[in-house]
Write a protein that binds this ligand. Structure first.
Ligand code: ASP
Ligand code: MG
Length: 407
């Protein structure tokens, strides 16, 4: 008998028919004799609709109240799925995040899980129940309802799988698995049989949003094996797992494109220790994610230019903050370019195979794509390009590294 955590995303639960189909799938697994904990997202676009609804009341609602509102989506789908399972003659119980003891910090709308108390779930399993858990939500020390950021049900699923030491965490979604790149951009893209946690994290930060990044961080920390698979058929998907040696033989496992980026620059920055902190601390205080960062060499007066990228939707906020930073540092102009995208290649094989970056740059130059910024890690190379050229860049790189031959 295995203990399996399954997570179903919003598209898999979009209508009552969908929910009944999911119930069937859960019941089939149960009949094999396995213990099941099922995490659900809200039905279809419910979360978006709830956010829309809040906007009709206020452009800027308190984050606590927004959480109170958007957490209701998952409560609905969990109750309905439990009912659907009952209708098929199996025992199930639905529980909210607070009920299962998911303790988070108090950063409303992007809270982090601090602890999962598995007692209640284990009790329910012992009673023979299939346990349905509302994903995406938890409670802070003061019993306020919190949510885990968009796509947060993935993290609920992995956190619960870790707490219960489940055999596997299956993430059911509307795609067949993790692909070498977005098949809408490259029709020859291949489904990957497996991918390492690190690669998956880099792909997510590079714009491939199959799983919420925090869920993968969690999985890596507690060594939870994730199976990303389709909820519409029974075929195997992609296993996200700890690296094993043979995985290094693949140079590049995926190409990702992140659109909606903005490039911010601030010039005339004086050169003394602590300057970078003066620039980036106020951004991190506002929870703004800074991605690529490049600091130019100082000019004759010892001043340099610092350039970085952020999500485009944060641009206005960032510019406001930078205006203050500029005053404080006595720096020059703050510039902003909203027309950029980031293309990245990812693969653990890069660690042991030199020359990957050169091949990437050459492939882009062959297509006359100008590279504006470059950043690398051990297993990732990212280039900032004009947004209009992003897809062409992905196609060129997919071809260069022969990802259509992946198996
Ligand atoms: N329903 C939430 C969202 O749409 C959480 C999730 O789907 O994982 O972001
Ligand atoms: Mg979702």
């Amino acid at each position: 008998m295995a203990l399996i955590v399954q997570k179903f995303g919003g598209t898999s639960l979009a209508t009552p028919e969908h929910i009944k189909r999911v119930a069937l799938r859960v019941v089939e697994e149960r009949k094999k004799g396995n213990e099941l904990v099922v995490i659900v997202s809200a039905m279809g676009a419910t979360t978006d609709e709830l956010i829309e609804l809040s906007r009709k009341i206020s452009q800027n609602p308190p984050a606590r109240e927004l959480d109170m509102l958007i957490a209701t989506g998952e409560q609905i789908s969990s109750a309905l799925l439990s009912m659907a399972i009952h209708a098929k003659g199996e025992k199930a119980v639905s529980l909210t995040g607070p009920q299962v003891g998911i303790l988070t910090d108090s950063f409303h709308t992007k809270a982090r899980i601090l602890k999962v108390n598995s007692k209640r779930i284990l009790n329910e399993l012992r009673k023979g129940n299939i346990v349905i858990v509302a994903g995406f939500q938890g409670t802070d020390y003061e019993s306020n309802i919190t949510t885990l950021g968009r796509g947060g049900s993935d993290t609920t699923a992995v956190a619960i799988a870790a707490a219960l030491k489940a055999d596997i965490c299956e993430i059911f979604t509307d795609v067949d698995g993790v692909f070498t790149t977005d098949p809408r951009i490259v029709p020859e893209a291949k489904k990957l049989p497996s991918i390492t946690y690190d690669e998956m994290l880099e792909l997510a930060s590079a714009g491939a949003k199959v799983l919420q990044s925090r869920s993968v961080e969690f999985a890596a920390k507690y060594n939870v094996k994730i199976h990303v698979r389709s909820s519409f058929h029974g075929k195997e998907g992609t296993i996200v797992m700890k690296e094993i040696e043979s995985m290094e033989s693949v140079l590049v496992r995926g190409v990702a494109l992140e659109k909606n980026q903005a490039k911010i620059s601030i010039d005339g920055v004086p050169d003394y220790p602590g300057v970078a902190a003066e620039i980036f601390e106020p951004l991190s205080k506002e929870n703004i994610n800074v991605d690529l960062i490049v600091q130019g060499a100082p000019d004759r007066e010892g001043k340099s230019e610092i350039t970085f990228t952020v999500d485009r939707e944060e641009t206005e906020k960032v510019i406001k903050i930078m205006a203050k930073v500029k005053e404080k540092l006595g720096a020059g102009k703050v510039g902003c370019d909203k027309g950029v995208a980031k293309v990245s290649i990812v693969g653990v094989g890069m660690r042991t195979h030199p020359g990957v970056a050169a091949r990437m740059f050459k492939a882009l130059s062959r297509e006359k794509i100008n590279i504006e910024l470059i950043s690398t890690s051990e297993i990732l190379i990212s280039c900032l390009v004009r947004e209009e050229e992003g897809e062409k860049a992905v196609q060129a790189l997919h071809k260069e590294f022969e990802l259509e031959k992946m198996q």
